[in-house]
Design a binder for this molecule. Sequence first.
Ligand code: ADP
Length: 277
Amino acid sequence: MDFDKEYRVEPSDEVSLSKRDTKTKGPFVDKAEAVAVTEQNVKTIQELQYRLFVEEKQSLLIVLQAPDAAGKDGLIRKVLGRMNPQGCRTYPFKVPSTIERAHDFLWRIHQCTPARGKVAIFNRSHYEDVLVVRVEQLVPKSVWRNRYEIINDFERNLAANGTRILKFYLHISPEEQLERFHKRLENPSKHWKLNPGDYEAREKWDDYRRAYEDAFNKCSTEDAPWYIIPSDHKWYRDVAVSSIVARAMIDMDPAFPPIQVDLVEIRRLYERAKEKQ
Ligand code: ADP
C-alpha cells in the first residue's frame, strides 16, 4: 500500500477532517501482519539514519501534532525513538516560558531544528501557535492569521538548507479519545497523565478541528507536507507513519562519503600491528 499517497495532504486539497477515516485497518488482516511491516520499516529507518549521520549533508525533521491521547508518546516510544540517540533527538514543546514568550514564536523552534546529519522529532511544534493559541484566543486574530505564511517561509528556508520535513497529524475519533481517557483513569500507572484541561480541550473539539483544517490547507506544501494518519488503531498509526518515514529516507538516499584513505596502506598498517602484537 502507498501510505504516502494515501495520507499526504496535497497543496490543492481542501481537507475536511470529518470525512477522513480514523478507524481503518488498511490492507492488513490482523495486527500481527502490520507489526511485522513496522519492524521491517524500523530496520530500514535505522540503517538509513546511520548513513544520514555519516553523510552529514541532509537532515530530517518529523513534526507530530494530535489531540490529547492520540498517541504521540507511544509512536515515539515504540517506533521513532528507536533511531540511534547520537543522531536523533525528541523535542517536546509545552506552554512557552517567560523568555520564550518574550521572543517571536519561531525563536524556540529554530533552535531545535536538526543540524546536517541529524534527525529531530517535534512532539508538538510551531503549529501550536495557530492551534491552541487561536482556539484559546491567546493572541488576537490579526497576529495568528499571518503565521501560516510565516510558517511556510520558515519551512521553505529549512528545506532549502537540506532538511526533509514530514508533518504528521494523528487522527482519532472523539469516541476513541474518551475510551483512552477512561483507560487512563482505570490504570494507576497512567494517573500522572490525568489533566482536567484535556476535558476542556475536548469540549472545543470543533474549534480545534477547524484550526487544524486551516493549518493543513494553508501549510501542506511540496517542501513540508502534512499527513493525516488514521490513529484509532495504534498499530495502524505505527505502520503508516513508519512506512512514510522509511520511504522518505530511501528517497533522501544518504550515502557513505567517498573513502579518503589508501585502503592498501591501511591494510599494510593493520598487518604490521598484528605482527607486533
Ligand atoms: P503533551 O500533551 O504534549 O504530552 P503536556 O500535557 O505537557 O504535553 O501539554 C503541553 C501543553 O502545552 C499543551 O496543552 C499545548 O497546547 C501547550 N502548548 C504548546 N505550545 C504552546 C504555545 N505555543 N502556546 C500555548 N500553549 C502551548
